[in-house]
Design a protein around this ligand. Structure first.
Ligand code: SF4
Length: 469
């Protein structure tokens, strides 16, 4: 079984999709690095996209991501404002720069979309480098969701060999360690994280994830206009923020947080704020902004929305609260990755919004004082009511239904947490491991039309021809 760190689930990157943008971007970076070791300089490079990467690749910016990766841009640090400039330079000059060497590259010719899926995985891409028409290097990658990638033929054993003090493959393992150690979920996860990273690194990385999430929300509530891609979707977070603050202004993120925290805690107000936080993140994601996968980009708004609910409206705003929330929720994401999937191309939207909602529900429950069994009960409840959720993004863009779906996932997470807190976990009929298995079974039964192909559901009933396709 995989040995996963929560920082495999929480990755800082660029929107709109972890499986279709971040994964292919990282694959292109790896391929470009491998080219560095060749004796001959390539004179031609091709990228072949298969299955879901092909069908929704333009809407999910897969074509842009592979170009940025080949040019060596780091998704964690790249200036997102420079992305359109770089892409336009490649297109206009018909040249891509790999390790400072310009290579002829015409995106419309050299990025090839194959609508059939490769048998190995629905999200497959192959890179080829040529010299004088001879293939110098060919590598195939699978994008597994959440930015995870695997190269065909690579040895994936190394990471799995890390010996953790508390190996966890299932919810039952987690509860066993908790009972033996008399610990909380987050304490067990902390102990495991210290095998992957130094103590100070865990602290720093959590802080960086928290800051990136906050900054993403803040950019979202400060940006209005139309989202790119051709669907003409209007951004709504900024307008909602303005209405909710009733004309109050702010000059910084800290001031804004203080204002939000001071607004009414009645249900309607809180409900609207949670939606506003989620919309802000996913509008940024759709605009190729910087987000944190949690567990994916398409579902990146759920965790920040629930975290800000806890921060602004539940009096849990210390760094200790943030750490415990992210550790607990991150472990739940790891459990779904190990026992099922976090890829919409494999399991539909239950694998994205369903998992993020379960993660957030579990994290919130620990912070609100729930027992470890109530934490897992909350995650189970949140997933139980996302089972079978399909992925049918209109026009292949991560906008409709994706943006609003994050608000719904966040509200279900909050409901699940409060339900779990009011429940004796011994009375629950369905346990966490059963819902993970059920989600996996449902994923396997789901028609491929509903797995990020834009061939079914809303995408079928509202077909659009986008200018960029
Ligand atoms: S419908 Fe769900 S799974 Fe599909 S792209 Fe949108 S958020 Fe992701």
């Amino acid at each position: 079984m995989e040995r996963l760190s929560i920082f495999d689930i929480y990755k800082i990157g660029v929107g709109p999709s972890s499986s279709h943008t971040l994964g292919p971007w990282n694959a292109a970076l790896q391929f470009a690095t491998a080219l560095w070791g060749l004796e001959l300089q390539p004179d031609h490079v091709e990228v072949h996209l298969y299955g879901s990467l092909s069908k929704t690749g333009v809407g999910h910016a897969t074509d842009l991501a592979v170009q940025l990766g080949l040019e060596g841009c780091d998704p964690v640090t790249v200036d997102t404002a420079e992305i359109p400039i770089r892409i336009e330079r490649i297109r206009a000059h018909e040249q891509i720069v790999i390790h400072n060497y310009p290579i002829p590259f015409t995106p419309s010719r050299d990025i090839v979309f194959h609508n059939h899926a490769r048998l190995e995985h629905p999200n497959t891409l192959t890179f080829k480098a040529f010299s004088d028409h001879e293939v110098l290097l060919e590598q195939t990658y699978y994008s597994l969701g959440g930015g995870f990638i695997e190269r065909e033929g690579e040895n994936v054993q190394e990471l799995q060999q890390i010996q953790l003090p508390f190996p966890i493959d299932k919810g039952a393992d987690l509860l066993r360690h908790i009972d033996q150690q008399d610990a909380s979920v987050s304490e067990i996860v902390w102990a495991n994280e210290l095998r992957f990273h130094e103590y100070s690194e865990v602290k720093e990385q959590i802080d960086s994830i928290f800051r990136t999430m906050l900054e993403c929300v803040f950019r979202g509530i400060n940006t209005s206009g139309i989202l790119p891609g051709g669907l003409n979707v209007k951004r709504r977070a900024a307008k909602l923020n303005k209405e909710l603050l009733d004309g109050q202004t702010f000059d910084s993120l800290e001031e804004w947080l203080a204002l939000v925290s001071g607004t009414s805690r009645d249900f309607t107000n809180v409900n609207k704020w949670v939606s506003c936080f989620a919309l802000a993140v996913n509008e940024e994601n759709a605009a190729l902004g910087r987000v944190v996968t949690s567990p994916t980009n398409g579902a990146a708004g759920v965790i920040p929305a629930v975290m800000l609910y806890m921060y602004c409206f539940c009096d849990h705003n210390s760094i200790d609260d943030i750490e415990r929330f992210l550790l607990t929720s991150g472990e739940i994401g790891c459990l779904f990755k190990k026992g099922a999937t976090i890829s919409a191309a494999v399991g539909g939207c239950q694998a994205e919004i369903g998992v993020s909602s379960a993660m957030a529900a579990g994290g919130l429950t620990e912070i609100l004082g729930g027992s470890p069994r109530q934490v897992l009960a909350a995650a189970e409840i949140a997933m139980e009511h996302h089972l079978g959720l399909t992925c049918d993004p209109i026009g292949g863009l991560v906008q409709v239904p994706c943006i609003e779906r994050n608000a719904m996932g966040a509200m279900k997470a909050i409901t699940a947490a409060h339900l779990a807190l009011a429940t004796d976990p011994d009375d629950c009929l369905v346990n966490f491991d059963v819902v993970v298995k059920t989600m996996w079974d449902t994923a396997q039964d789901m028609n491929h039309k509903y797995k990020e192909t834009s061939e079914g559901g809303l995408a079928f009933n509202l077909p659009v021809v986008l200018p960029s396709c």
